[in-house]
Design a protein around this ligand. Structure first.
Ligand SMILES: NC(=O)c1ccc[n+]([C@@H]2O[C@H](COP(=O)([O-])OP(=O)(O)OC[C@H]3O[C@@H](n4cnc5c(N)ncnc54)[C@H](O)[C@@H]3O)[C@@H](O)[C@H]2O)c1
Ligand SMILES: O=C(O)C(=O)C[C@]1(C(=O)O)C=C[C@H](O)C=C1
Length: 276
Protein backbone atom coordinates (compact mmCIF):
# COMPACT_ATOMS: atom_id res chain seq x y z
CA UNK A 1 0.00 0.00 0.00
CA UNK A 2 1.15 3.56 -0.72
CA UNK A 3 0.85 6.00 2.16
CA UNK A 4 0.76 9.80 2.00
CA UNK A 5 1.51 11.77 5.16
CA UNK A 6 0.42 15.39 5.48
CA UNK A 7 2.39 17.02 8.32
CA UNK A 8 5.73 15.38 9.07
CA UNK A 9 6.43 16.48 12.62
CA UNK A 10 6.70 14.32 15.73
CA UNK A 11 3.64 12.14 15.03
CA UNK A 12 3.66 12.00 11.22
CA UNK A 13 7.43 11.61 11.01
CA UNK A 14 7.46 8.88 13.66
CA UNK A 15 4.65 7.07 11.85
CA UNK A 16 6.71 7.20 8.65
CA UNK A 17 9.59 5.60 10.55
CA UNK A 18 7.30 2.86 11.89
CA UNK A 19 5.89 2.17 8.41
CA UNK A 20 9.44 1.73 7.13
CA UNK A 21 10.57 -0.40 10.06
CA UNK A 22 7.69 -2.89 9.65
CA UNK A 23 7.67 -2.67 5.82
CA UNK A 24 3.99 -1.63 5.89
CA UNK A 25 4.16 0.75 2.94
CA UNK A 26 5.30 0.18 -0.63
CA UNK A 27 6.07 3.87 -0.89
CA UNK A 28 5.70 6.78 1.51
CA UNK A 29 4.81 10.19 0.10
CA UNK A 30 5.04 13.35 2.18
CA UNK A 31 3.41 16.74 1.78
CA UNK A 32 4.81 19.90 3.35
CA UNK A 33 4.09 23.55 2.69
CA UNK A 34 7.47 25.28 2.91
CA UNK A 35 10.65 24.56 0.95
CA UNK A 36 12.58 24.61 4.23
CA UNK A 37 10.41 21.84 5.72
CA UNK A 38 10.53 19.80 2.51
CA UNK A 39 14.34 19.92 2.58
CA UNK A 40 14.42 18.97 6.26
CA UNK A 41 12.07 15.99 5.70
CA UNK A 42 14.23 14.68 2.84
CA UNK A 43 17.47 15.18 4.79
CA UNK A 44 15.98 13.19 7.66
CA UNK A 45 14.96 10.50 5.16
CA UNK A 46 11.42 10.40 6.58
CA UNK A 47 9.66 9.76 3.26
CA UNK A 48 10.48 8.34 -0.16
CA UNK A 49 9.16 11.33 -2.05
CA UNK A 50 7.82 14.82 -1.39
CA UNK A 51 4.67 15.19 -3.47
CA UNK A 52 1.80 17.52 -4.26
CA UNK A 53 -1.66 16.92 -2.81
CA UNK A 54 -2.87 15.81 -6.25
CA UNK A 55 -0.12 13.18 -6.56
CA UNK A 56 -0.87 11.90 -3.06
CA UNK A 57 -4.56 11.58 -3.92
CA UNK A 58 -3.74 9.76 -7.14
CA UNK A 59 -1.15 7.34 -5.75
CA UNK A 60 -2.00 6.67 -2.12
CA UNK A 61 -4.27 4.07 -0.54
CA UNK A 62 -3.97 5.75 2.85
CA UNK A 63 -3.67 9.48 3.53
CA UNK A 64 -2.63 10.42 7.09
CA UNK A 65 -3.43 13.87 8.48
CA UNK A 66 -0.80 14.56 11.13
CA UNK A 67 -1.00 18.31 11.61
CA UNK A 68 -2.57 20.48 14.37
CA UNK A 69 -6.26 19.78 14.88
CA UNK A 70 -7.63 22.99 13.28
CA UNK A 71 -5.43 22.41 10.22
CA UNK A 72 -6.85 18.89 9.88
CA UNK A 73 -10.32 20.39 9.45
CA UNK A 74 -9.05 23.11 7.13
CA UNK A 75 -7.51 20.39 4.95
CA UNK A 76 -10.75 18.44 4.30
CA UNK A 77 -11.79 20.48 1.20
CA UNK A 78 -8.61 19.18 -0.51
CA UNK A 79 -9.87 15.61 -0.13
CA UNK A 80 -13.38 15.83 -1.53
CA UNK A 81 -12.42 14.10 -4.78
CA UNK A 82 -10.53 11.11 -3.35
CA UNK A 83 -11.20 7.66 -4.76
CA UNK A 84 -13.77 5.45 -2.95
CA UNK A 85 -11.03 3.05 -1.87
CA UNK A 86 -8.72 5.72 -0.43
CA UNK A 87 -8.61 5.77 3.36
CA UNK A 88 -8.08 9.00 5.28
CA UNK A 89 -6.93 8.86 8.90
CA UNK A 90 -6.09 11.66 11.32
CA UNK A 91 -3.91 11.54 14.42
CA UNK A 92 -5.44 14.56 16.16
CA UNK A 93 -5.70 14.88 19.94
CA UNK A 94 -9.39 15.84 19.78
CA UNK A 95 -12.07 13.88 18.01
CA UNK A 96 -15.62 15.27 18.36
CA UNK A 97 -15.13 18.58 16.52
CA UNK A 98 -13.04 16.96 13.78
CA UNK A 99 -15.65 14.28 13.16
CA UNK A 100 -18.45 16.89 13.12
CA UNK A 101 -16.57 18.72 10.38
CA UNK A 102 -15.86 15.85 7.98
CA UNK A 103 -17.73 16.46 4.75
CA UNK A 104 -20.42 13.75 4.59
CA UNK A 105 -19.29 12.54 1.13
CA UNK A 106 -15.99 11.30 2.58
CA UNK A 107 -17.23 10.29 6.04
CA UNK A 108 -17.01 6.55 5.38
CA UNK A 109 -13.38 6.94 4.24
CA UNK A 110 -12.30 8.88 7.34
CA UNK A 111 -11.01 6.92 10.33
CA UNK A 112 -10.57 9.02 13.47
CA UNK A 113 -7.49 7.94 15.42
CA UNK A 114 -5.65 9.28 18.46
CA UNK A 115 -2.34 7.73 19.49
CA UNK A 116 -1.83 8.02 23.25
CA UNK A 117 1.89 8.63 23.00
CA UNK A 118 4.17 11.50 22.18
CA UNK A 119 6.25 14.10 23.92
CA UNK A 120 6.86 17.83 24.16
CA UNK A 121 9.04 18.09 21.05
CA UNK A 122 7.75 19.13 17.65
CA UNK A 123 8.69 19.52 13.99
CA UNK A 124 10.37 16.99 11.63
CA UNK A 125 13.49 16.68 13.81
CA UNK A 126 11.31 15.41 16.65
CA UNK A 127 10.38 12.28 14.64
CA UNK A 128 11.62 9.22 16.50
CA UNK A 129 12.00 5.46 16.22
CA UNK A 130 9.65 3.25 18.23
CA UNK A 131 7.26 6.00 19.35
CA UNK A 132 4.16 3.91 18.77
CA UNK A 133 5.16 0.40 19.81
CA UNK A 134 3.32 -0.91 22.87
CA UNK A 135 1.24 2.28 23.18
CA UNK A 136 -2.53 2.77 22.96
CA UNK A 137 -4.34 3.99 19.87
CA UNK A 138 -7.92 5.19 20.35
CA UNK A 139 -10.21 4.73 17.34
CA UNK A 140 -13.49 6.64 17.45
CA UNK A 141 -16.95 6.14 15.95
CA UNK A 142 -15.82 3.26 13.74
CA UNK A 143 -19.42 2.34 12.91
CA UNK A 144 -19.35 5.25 10.43
CA UNK A 145 -16.58 3.60 8.39
CA UNK A 146 -16.68 1.12 5.53
CA UNK A 147 -14.99 -2.18 6.43
CA UNK A 148 -12.16 -1.58 3.94
CA UNK A 149 -11.11 1.66 5.67
CA UNK A 150 -11.69 0.46 9.22
CA UNK A 151 -9.77 -2.79 8.69
CA UNK A 152 -6.89 -1.07 6.89
CA UNK A 153 -6.29 1.19 9.90
CA UNK A 154 -6.81 -1.56 12.48
CA UNK A 155 -4.34 -3.85 10.70
CA UNK A 156 -1.76 -1.09 10.40
CA UNK A 157 -1.73 -0.30 14.11
CA UNK A 158 -1.79 -3.97 15.07
CA UNK A 159 1.28 -4.56 12.86
CA UNK A 160 3.07 -1.71 14.66
CA UNK A 161 2.26 -3.38 17.99
CA UNK A 162 -0.24 -0.89 19.36
CA UNK A 163 -3.07 -1.61 21.78
CA UNK A 164 -6.42 -0.71 20.22
CA UNK A 165 -9.18 1.00 22.20
CA UNK A 166 -12.52 1.82 20.53
CA UNK A 167 -14.61 4.66 21.92
CA UNK A 168 -17.17 7.22 20.85
CA UNK A 169 -15.79 10.66 20.07
CA UNK A 170 -17.66 12.40 22.88
CA UNK A 171 -16.33 10.06 25.57
CA UNK A 172 -12.87 10.25 24.04
CA UNK A 173 -12.79 14.04 24.37
CA UNK A 174 -13.91 13.94 28.01
CA UNK A 175 -11.26 11.35 28.94
CA UNK A 176 -8.50 12.93 26.80
CA UNK A 177 -9.23 16.19 28.61
CA UNK A 178 -8.49 14.74 32.07
CA UNK A 179 -5.60 12.53 30.93
CA UNK A 180 -3.85 15.05 28.69
CA UNK A 181 -5.42 18.46 28.10
CA UNK A 182 -5.89 19.48 31.76
CA UNK A 183 -2.32 18.33 32.62
CA UNK A 184 -1.00 20.57 29.82
CA UNK A 185 -3.04 23.54 31.12
CA UNK A 186 -1.61 22.92 34.60
CA UNK A 187 1.95 22.56 33.34
CA UNK A 188 1.78 25.80 31.31
CA UNK A 189 0.29 27.53 34.39
CA UNK A 190 3.04 26.22 36.65
CA UNK A 191 5.76 27.32 34.22
CA UNK A 192 4.29 30.82 33.99
CA UNK A 193 3.85 31.02 37.78
CA UNK A 194 7.47 30.09 38.41
CA UNK A 195 8.90 32.22 35.61
CA UNK A 196 6.97 35.21 36.88
CA UNK A 197 8.52 34.75 40.31
CA UNK A 198 11.97 33.20 39.99
CA UNK A 199 14.93 34.29 37.91
CA UNK A 200 16.47 31.89 35.33
CA UNK A 201 19.56 31.36 37.52
CA UNK A 202 17.59 30.00 40.46
CA UNK A 203 15.46 27.89 38.12
CA UNK A 204 18.60 26.28 36.66
CA UNK A 205 20.26 25.86 40.06
CA UNK A 206 17.33 24.45 42.02
CA UNK A 207 15.08 22.67 39.51
CA UNK A 208 15.29 18.99 40.37
CA UNK A 209 12.97 16.11 39.48
CA UNK A 210 9.75 17.60 40.82
CA UNK A 211 9.76 20.82 38.83
CA UNK A 212 11.24 19.16 35.76
CA UNK A 213 8.55 16.45 35.76
CA UNK A 214 5.72 18.91 36.26
CA UNK A 215 6.96 21.47 33.70
CA UNK A 216 8.21 19.20 30.88
CA UNK A 217 5.00 19.41 28.87
CA UNK A 218 4.96 23.23 29.19
CA UNK A 219 7.60 23.10 26.45
CA UNK A 220 5.00 21.68 24.02
CA UNK A 221 4.02 23.47 20.81
CA UNK A 222 1.72 26.48 21.48
CA UNK A 223 0.32 26.18 17.93
CA UNK A 224 -0.76 22.62 18.53
CA UNK A 225 -2.12 23.17 22.04
CA UNK A 226 -4.08 26.37 21.32
CA UNK A 227 -6.09 24.42 18.74
CA UNK A 228 -6.64 21.52 21.17
CA UNK A 229 -7.84 23.82 23.96
CA UNK A 230 -10.21 25.57 21.51
CA UNK A 231 -11.67 22.33 20.18
CA UNK A 232 -12.11 20.76 23.62
CA UNK A 233 -13.08 24.04 25.31
CA UNK A 234 -16.18 22.88 27.23
CA UNK A 235 -14.52 19.80 28.74
CA UNK A 236 -11.41 21.81 29.55
CA UNK A 237 -13.43 24.52 31.33
CA UNK A 238 -15.21 21.85 33.42
CA UNK A 239 -11.91 20.20 34.36
CA UNK A 240 -10.23 23.52 35.24
CA UNK A 241 -13.13 24.28 37.56
CA UNK A 242 -12.62 20.96 39.37
CA UNK A 243 -8.88 21.59 39.54
CA UNK A 244 -9.40 25.10 40.94
CA UNK A 245 -11.61 23.59 43.64
CA UNK A 246 -8.73 21.29 44.67
CA UNK A 247 -6.35 24.26 44.73
CA UNK A 248 -8.70 26.28 46.94
CA UNK A 249 -9.16 23.24 49.22
CA UNK A 250 -5.41 22.85 49.72
CA UNK A 251 -5.03 26.60 50.24
CA UNK A 252 -7.72 26.56 52.92
CA UNK A 253 -6.21 23.55 54.74
CA UNK A 254 -2.81 25.27 54.85
CA UNK A 255 -4.33 28.61 55.89
CA UNK A 256 -6.29 26.88 58.66
CA UNK A 257 -3.23 24.80 59.61
CA UNK A 258 -5.43 21.74 59.37
CA UNK A 259 -2.53 19.35 58.78
CA UNK A 260 -4.48 16.18 59.64
CA UNK A 261 -7.01 16.96 56.93
CA UNK A 262 -4.18 17.89 54.57
CA UNK A 263 -2.46 14.56 55.15
CA UNK A 264 -5.71 12.69 54.46
CA UNK A 265 -6.15 14.68 51.24
CA UNK A 266 -2.61 13.75 50.17
CA UNK A 267 -3.17 10.07 51.06
CA UNK A 268 -6.21 10.04 48.80
CA UNK A 269 -4.07 11.41 45.96
CA UNK A 270 -1.27 8.86 46.45
CA UNK A 271 -3.77 6.05 45.88
CA UNK A 272 -3.48 6.94 42.17
CA UNK A 273 -0.37 4.77 42.25
CA UNK A 274 -2.48 1.71 42.93
CA UNK A 275 -3.98 2.21 39.48
CA UNK A 276 -1.16 3.77 37.43
N1 LIG B 1 2.68 15.75 20.25
C1 LIG B 1 2.04 14.74 20.82
O1 LIG B 1 2.46 14.25 21.84
C2 LIG B 1 0.79 14.22 20.15
C3 LIG B 1 0.28 12.99 20.59
C4 LIG B 1 -0.87 12.48 19.98
C5 LIG B 1 -1.49 13.18 18.95
N2 LIG B 1 -0.98 14.38 18.57
C6 LIG B 1 -1.66 15.08 17.45
O2 LIG B 1 -0.92 14.81 16.28
C7 LIG B 1 -1.01 15.92 15.39
C8 LIG B 1 0.40 16.34 15.01
O3 LIG B 1 1.11 16.70 16.17
P1 LIG B 1 2.70 16.71 16.22
O4 LIG B 1 3.07 16.58 17.66
O5 LIG B 1 3.27 15.79 15.23
O6 LIG B 1 2.98 18.22 15.77
P2 LIG B 1 4.26 18.80 15.05
O7 LIG B 1 4.17 20.27 15.21
O8 LIG B 1 5.49 18.08 15.48
O9 LIG B 1 4.01 18.41 13.51
C9 LIG B 1 2.98 18.92 12.75
C10 LIG B 1 3.55 19.21 11.37
O10 LIG B 1 2.47 19.53 10.49
C11 LIG B 1 2.88 20.58 9.65
N3 LIG B 1 1.66 21.21 9.14
C12 LIG B 1 0.78 22.00 9.79
N4 LIG B 1 -0.22 22.34 8.98
C13 LIG B 1 0.01 21.75 7.80
C14 LIG B 1 -0.66 21.73 6.55
N5 LIG B 1 -1.80 22.39 6.38
N6 LIG B 1 -0.12 21.03 5.54
C15 LIG B 1 1.03 20.36 5.70
N7 LIG B 1 1.73 20.33 6.86
C16 LIG B 1 1.21 21.02 7.89
C17 LIG B 1 3.76 21.46 10.53
O11 LIG B 1 4.61 22.26 9.75
C18 LIG B 1 4.50 20.39 11.34
O12 LIG B 1 5.70 20.01 10.72
C19 LIG B 1 -1.80 16.99 16.11
O13 LIG B 1 -3.12 16.97 15.65
C20 LIG B 1 -1.75 16.58 17.57
O14 LIG B 1 -2.90 17.01 18.24
C21 LIG B 1 0.15 14.91 19.12
O1 LIG C 1 3.98 12.54 26.81
C1 LIG C 1 3.85 13.67 26.40
O2 LIG C 1 4.67 14.52 26.60
C2 LIG C 1 2.69 14.06 25.65
O3 LIG C 1 2.45 15.23 25.58
C3 LIG C 1 1.87 13.05 24.97
C4 LIG C 1 0.39 13.31 25.02
C5 LIG C 1 -0.05 13.37 26.50
O4 LIG C 1 0.16 12.38 27.18
O5 LIG C 1 -0.59 14.38 26.92
C6 LIG C 1 0.09 14.58 24.32
C7 LIG C 1 -0.95 14.74 23.50
C8 LIG C 1 -1.74 13.63 23.10
O6 LIG C 1 -2.68 13.83 22.22
C9 LIG C 1 -1.38 12.35 23.60
C10 LIG C 1 -0.32 12.19 24.38
Amino acid sequence: MNVGIIGLGLMGGSLAKALKKYALATKIYGYARSEKTKKEILELNLVDEIATIDTIKEKCDLIVLAMPVDNIIAFFPNLLDIKDDTTIMDLGSTKEFIIKNIPHTIRTNFVAAHPMCGNEKFGPKAAMDNLYEGKTIVLCDLEANDDLHKNRVITLFQEIGMRLVMMNAHDHDVHACYMSHLPHAISYSLANTVMGHEDPKSIIALAAGGFRDMSRIAKSSPDMWTDIFRQNRDNLLDSIELFNKQMSDVKKMVEDEDYEKLKEWMHKATSLHEIL
